[in-house]
Design a protein. Sequence first.
Length: 555
Amino acid sequence: MAMAGLYRRILPSPPAIDFASAQGKELFLEGIHGGTMESFYKLISYFQTQSEPAYCGLASLSMVLNALAIDPGRKWKGPWRWFDESMLDCCEPLDKVKATGISFSKLACLAQCAGAKVEAFRADQSNMDEFRQYVMKCSTSEDSHVISSYYRETFKQTGTGHFSPIGGYHAKKDMALILDVARFKYPPHWVPLPLLWEAMDNVDEASGQRRGFMVVSRPQREPGLLYTLSCKHESWVSIANYLVDDVPILLKSEGVKDLHRVIWVVFSSLPSNFGEFIKWVAEVRRPEHDTSLSEEERRRVAIKEEVLRQVQQTCLFKHVQEFLISESRGPNAQNYNSKESLPELAASVCCQAAEFYAGISCSPGEYCYKATCVRCMKANDDKPVTVVSGTVTYGASEQGLDVLVPSSQAKPSCCGSNPCTCTGPTAGDVLTVLLLSLPPRTWSGIKDEKLLHEMHNLVSIDNLPPLLQEEVMHLRQQLQILNQCQENNKAYIQKPTTSVYYAASSSSRPPPTSSLSLRCLSQESRGMLRRLKCNGAEPKVLWRSCHSVKQKFEV
């Protein structure tokens, strides 16, 4: 006998007050008169029900992004560009979110990736008064919204962790309106703000960290146009930690005497799969009967090409190119130069796009991709745009797709005798942007003052043209958010919580904890320290004292 399903839940009241009840309506009207319901109207216009039991985070974010009128830059269905849960997959595979939900940090990363400005606060990084100020600020405008991550049982509700936007505030009663995206379960309801804070000041068992809230707003500038950082591949944690934590330590070596050595230090130990971490953004479309590009498509490709041109005009790019040439015959050459041709790269992009258009999730091996041609498509200004056309088949279904590829004047024209020689952004472009995206403090360990000054000039935002400035600032913000994501394993592991570095000299000796020194660095960084030592550049910073505690992390 089939078991009957569940039809909603009775909202425990108190502590919550149903929005549609007489008392809830009274609070709403008083909130309007108090000016703290301004955020409600946009949010309620795009209020949606989560489409899967574990999609509360995706539904909350999708709702907020649409309320902020942020353009996703890609089509949802038909000709319409619109945020839907199925489009929020850049930081975590949808099948994984469907099974286990999404963590607080990954949702913040996802909001940033989708083009929003995000300020994320765990409960142990903030306090109730600050939270109240953010709720009041967001409730008095339409420009920003709060998404809360809280524990349902605090409100006597069934379930555990949950995400939902806050749709308004009642100042006199100190109550917040939760627009619960699990509308199949509970209606929108008012809760006392101190109790909501208590529900957020709760440890998520999956991550071992506190829940919290994030303020999502529309950025003053456009999001990343050509490049993005991705935490979708499992290697992102080690790569982000290497770039943010290990590189500054490695640069303290006495062997770093010139720019070539600085670049070598950063890239020689860079994990070989770093290409999964920083990616260039390709635009994919279904083939149209009209082979010309639309005005919007032409504009977006032109902006990408301008960013690419500006990257290649930086002094840093020239140094990176010299480094790549010098390393081209070395043992690590394969780490820097992609062996994939443009059609091969397009195949990967098209398979991802086909999965999105078809609304299915499966492994890349289940697709069959056939590249038909690499060609140049004329824009209205007669400037050619590189297009890779192909067909993706899955079972009995077939989908034709075009990939619009940004190119630059620095590269050979794709309209020559061999169109397949045309490429998108190259290793030199990507590595240059990766260096620019590192935090300014990365270079502070360089001991040579003249070299330090030269490096700061090369990576300074102030020395970049406006469009590239926006690109780099977006990537730096992404890296900052990714570095805050510490949920990298669903197991208790030893995690250093405090670190002290000891400089080695003739008058000092390693502390008793010196055996921890190399274990605290990544495997790539340990190899780097050993190579520096073998090359006669004795690293002064070798011993790292760590006080460790057991902490739980989530994939």
